[in-house]
Ligand binder design. Structure first.
Ligand code: AMP
Ligand code: MG
Length: 493
């Protein structure tokens, strides 16, 4: 065997209700497009040559010691419960321990049908696989908890969607693939034994600091999941990221971002921005994300309620308290992140208003969100040239009211900077948290178009720039020109 993966397979020790064993379906002509050697090293994966990697990460060769399975889960999709989802086009090869002794899942996506495929073909087109690769690695480089990209292989087979597309298998690494929907699945079946086993596994795997002897351990588990999601979604908001499909089956209990389907980083700022072509009602619009996170966690509370201490009333009261705390945790994380983005260091009471007023101005001026924060770092000195910021205001907006209001806002902000820190310290801080380059939709689209023609040079160059998002990459930092904007993103399943 030319690829060695030190599988442990702890998830497959759970009760059989949690999954179905299934093998990947072979593909015609596996070709390795990308392989994340650094990540592979951290997982103890060793390989001799690319052909071996292509064979394993297309599903054509199942490595020794793998215990492949499809995970079962339910999910509220756009608010409606679907009791029977599960990995319909993904197969968990198994889990390994990384070099920090953490369990990590290795999962193939697009590897063929499973018992949960319903009417789907179990396959993935190349475009969405490239998108997920770029986005999750960019998120990681931006310091946001996320699943990772290990490998991308083209299959040599055609996938039929609205058009014929080249097929691919994407290999994802996650702290785990346990979702809110995984708990919902067992709770809906009233399978308390499996539910408890899954909760114990989650505790040991993600929250080893919670004592397995504690009577309130499942409530503590819920509390920690809620706290991590509150912080995760704050990170998204601070980066202008829109997940796009925050269904309960796309929300992890590990605190990692998962399932990069119709997601996007915003160009021009708008609180009500929606990208997903399937989100007709705007349920998952940018500004709704914190509240949707809370709604999803309430569904998790319902699934776990029977495990909480006390009678049902006690359990409901305790869960409600945690869900209320969510808002506060989220707010705190967002406020401290905003104070950093504005170079102000520690959070002060007036920062929230300062930030909200700025967002209103960005919206009014149709200003590029990431560009603005990045360019703002040049303006911490009182006598700085503000022209680059004013040039970000959409020239199609009549009058110069926005410019004047921005001028006033900048005066206010500079006063804060000079009262609380020095212009140099502020600028330095700002450059470390406001990225110079983000994965913009029009650049991703460009990389995919070339990739579909067999040219991956654009993909490699973009992936490379996104690995160091706080450094200048002038060729990748520009926003879309008129006509280049991608207004809708597609699930691509
Ligand atoms: P997602 O949109 O990725 O969150 O997927 C929602 C559900 O649809 C999950 O249960 C997927 O496994 C399933 N699914 C998506 N695409 C396919 C496909 N091509 N074949 C089979 N199942 C799929
Ligand atoms: Mg999903």
């Amino acid at each position: 065997m030319s690829v060695n993966i030190p599988f442990i397979n702890e998830f497959s020790q759970l009760p059989e209700a949690c999954f179905s064993r299934v093998l990947p379906t072979p593909v015609s002509q596996p070709t390795l497009v990308a392989f994340n050697h650094l990540l592979a090293d951290s997982l103890g994966i060793s390989s001799e040559h690319d052909a071996g990697l292509a064979a394993v990460f297309s599903g054509n060769q199942v490595p020794a010691n793998a215990d492949p399975l499809a995970m079962a889960y339910s999910g509220h999709q756009f608010g409606h419960l679907n009791p029977q989802l599960g990995d319909g086009r993904a197969i968990l090869l198994g889990d390994v321990r990384d070099n920090r002794n953490q369990l990590r899942d290795i999962q193939l996506k697009g590897s063929g049908r499973t018992p949960y495929s319903r009417n789907g073909d179990g396959r993935s087109p190349l475009g969405p696989a490239m998108r997920e690769y770029l986005l999750c690695e960019a998120m990681h480089a931006l310091g946001v908890p996320t699943t990772r990209a290990l490998a991308l292989v083209t299959t040599g087979d055609t996938v039929y969607r609205e058009r014929r597309e080249p097929g691919a298998v994407f290999t994802r690494v996650a702290a785990s693939h346990i979702r809110v929907g995984t708990f919902q699945y067992l709770a809906l079946r009233r399978d308390e034994e499996s539910l408890r086993a899954l909760a114990d596994h989650t505790l040991a795997r993600h929250f080893p600091d919670i004592s397995p002897e504690s009577e309130s351990r499942y409530l503590e588990l819920f509390t920690e999941i809620v706290r991590q999601q509150a912080e995760l979604i704050a990170r998204w908001m601070l980066l202008g990221f829109i997940h796009g499909v925050m269904n309960t089956d796309n929300m992890t209990v590990s605190g990692e971002t998962i399932d990069y389907g119709p997601c996007a980083f915003m160009d021009n700022f708008s609180r009500s921005k929606v990208f997903s072509s399937i989100d007709q009602q705007g349920r998952y619009a940018y500004q709704n994300q914190p509240a949707i996170g809370q709604w999803n966690l309430a569904r998790l509370a319902e699934a776990l309620l029977g495990l909480f201490p006390g009678d049902e009333d006690d359990a409901v009261a305790a869960a409600t308290q945690v869900l209320n705390d969510y808002s506060q945790w989220h707010q705190q994380a967002w406020e401290s992140g905003m104070s950093e983005k504005l170079g102000l260091g520690t959070t002060a009471e007036q920062d929230r208003q300062l930030a909200e007023d700025l967002l209103t101005l960005l919206e009014q001026g149709r200003i590029d969100y990431s560009h603005f924060f990045h360019a703002l770092a040049q303006c911490t000195e009182q006598d700085a040239d503000r022209t680059p910021l004013f040039l970000l205001i959409d020239p199609a907006i009549p009058g110069d009211a926005t410019r004047q209001q921005l001028e006033e806002w900048l005066n206010r902000w500079q006063d804060e900077v000079s009262n609380r820190t020095s212009p140099e310290t502020a600028a330095q801080k700002m450059r470390s948290v406001n990225p110079a380059v983000i994965p913009r939709n029009h650049r991703i689209a460009e990389a995919i178009n070339a990739g579909e023609q067999g040219d991956f040079s654009v993909f490699y160059a973009l992936a490379d720039a996104l690995r160091s998002p706080y450094q200048e990459h002038p060729e990748f930092s520009k926003g879309p020109r008129s006509g280049e904007e991608v207004l809708r993103t597609f699930c691509g399943t």
